[in-house]
Design a protein around this ligand. Structure first.
Ligand code: SAM
Ligand code: DTB
Ligand code: SF4
Length: 359
């Protein structure tokens, strides 16, 4: 196979938005070391490979969700024994954000188990965005579908990121969710994009989907007019009481392959190694970073399930020589790299050479 023809010449700084299933499946089928090498090349075009962005999650409204997502402990359709909660008080959210900042996170992501944010809660959401931003943290929310007006209202309040996942391929989707359509998801993402909020969208692996489904989901994301700034790849956390609680474990190498393909297709995006790290070995996480993942959730809880302790993550980072972004988005580094790539255009050098970079 002519693998070179599968790759994008990023020396022109152009991203590709016309992926097709054949070419993406060919990436998935590459020998593992070739795939990882190409993913590293893509990654180094735009990022310092030894830096990882950290976000902390907080469930601001837990459980009793009207949607029937088969993976989700918060769906009201399943009995997972979860304690339901109303929307948290603004001050309580800000206190949690302070703790997240003290633990080293640069972004605070607030999640609510809603189909769509109720109008009466919008002022509180806006106050949360305000309060968290004042701490010097980036803000992210994930609240279900958003209308254009709601996206604009959150943008006006200063929201930096909105997370809304495709979760899986359009073809496999009806096996997982029946109460919200795939096109509603795409519409929300378009509303978020148009409002000027950064887009965070990805999916879950390990729900019984095929490799073609993983490819198809990544194609949906990469063929958007603008790639999502952030692409979370979750490994299914199997929660007792959900319909997927007994599904077969996902193979770790298949997970890493998906991270690598996502990075090749969307090299300028942060690919987040999201849910499922509690179940992973250090070695598997390290492979994910090598494949181009450069963001994690930091803190011992995701929304309702466990995540590794921050101290464990810091130990792993130390072992791997990884540092975290220390200031608001730390974009200087990324723009330095992007500039250096642009200036290398004529040198025919396809990747960022970390050995010459100042850390
Ligand atoms: N309710 C909102 C929504 O779904 O749009 C936001 C919160 S929802 C929990 C955010 C995302 O978390 C889901 O889209 C899904 O990708 C991920 N997620 C939920 N439960 C999960 C699980 N058990 N394992 C892995 N990822 C999960
Ligand atoms: C995403 O892709 N993963 C996060 C975040 N976006 C909101 C959520 C993971 C949730 C895992 C299950 C739980 O803790 O409830
Ligand atoms: Fe509700 Fe979101 Fe869970 Fe689906 S993933 S059941 S929408 S909280």
């Amino acid at each position: 196979m002519d693998t070179a023809s599968l790759l994008v010449d990023y020396s022109t700084n152009n991203l590709k938005h016309d992926w097709n299933l054949d070419s993406v499946l060919q990436l998935f089928e590459l020998p593992f070391t070739d795939l990882i090498f190409f993913a590293q090349q893509s990654h180094r075009m735009f990022f310092d490979p030894n830096k990882v962005q950290t976000s902390t999650l907080l469930s601001i409204k837990t459980g009793a969700c009207p949607e029937d997502c088969k993976y989700c402990p918060q769906s009201g359709h399943y009995n997972t024994g979860l304690k339901k909660e109303k929307l948290l008080q603004v001050q309580a959210v800000i206190e949690e954000a302070k703790k997240a900042k003290a633990a080293g996170a640069t972004r605070f992501c607030m999640g609510a188990a809603w189909k769509n944010p109720p109008a009466k809660e919008m002022p509180y959401l806006q106050a949360m965005i305000n309060g968290v931003k004042q701490l010097g943290l980036e803000t992210c929310m994930t609240l279900g579908t958003l209308t254009k007006n709601q996206a604009t209202a959150l943008a006006t309040a200063g929201l930096d990121f909105y997370n809304h996942n495709l979760d899986t391929s359009e073809e496999f989707y009806s096996n997982i969710i029946t109460t919200r359509t795939y096109s509603e998801r795409l519409q929300t993402l378009s509303n978020v994009r148009q409002s000027g909020i950064n887009v965070c969208s990805g999916g879950i692996l390990g729900m019984g989907e095929s490799v073609a489904d993983r490819a198809s989901m990544l194609i949906q994301l990469a063929n958007m007019p603008k790639h999502p700034e952030s692409v979370p790849i979750n490994m299914l956390v199997k929660v007792k009481g959900t319909p997927l609680e007994n599904i077969k474990d996902l193979d770790g190498i298949d997970f890493v392959r998906t991270i690598a393909v996502a990075k090749i297709m969307m090299p300028k995006s942060y690919v987040r190694l999201s849910a499922g790290r509690q179940q992973m070995t250090n070695e598997l996480q390290a492979l994910c970073f090598v494949a181009g993942a450069n963001s994690i959730f930091l803190g011992d809880k995701l929304l309702t399930t466990k995540n590794p302790e921050a101290s464990e993550d810091m130990q792993l980072f130390k072992k791997l020589g990884i540092t975290t972004f220390s200031t608001f988005n730390d974009n200087n580094k990324q723009s330095e790299i992007t500039t250096s790539v642009t200036s290398k255009k004529n040198s025919n050098k396809l990747y960022y050479d970390a050995t010459t970079a100042s850390v």
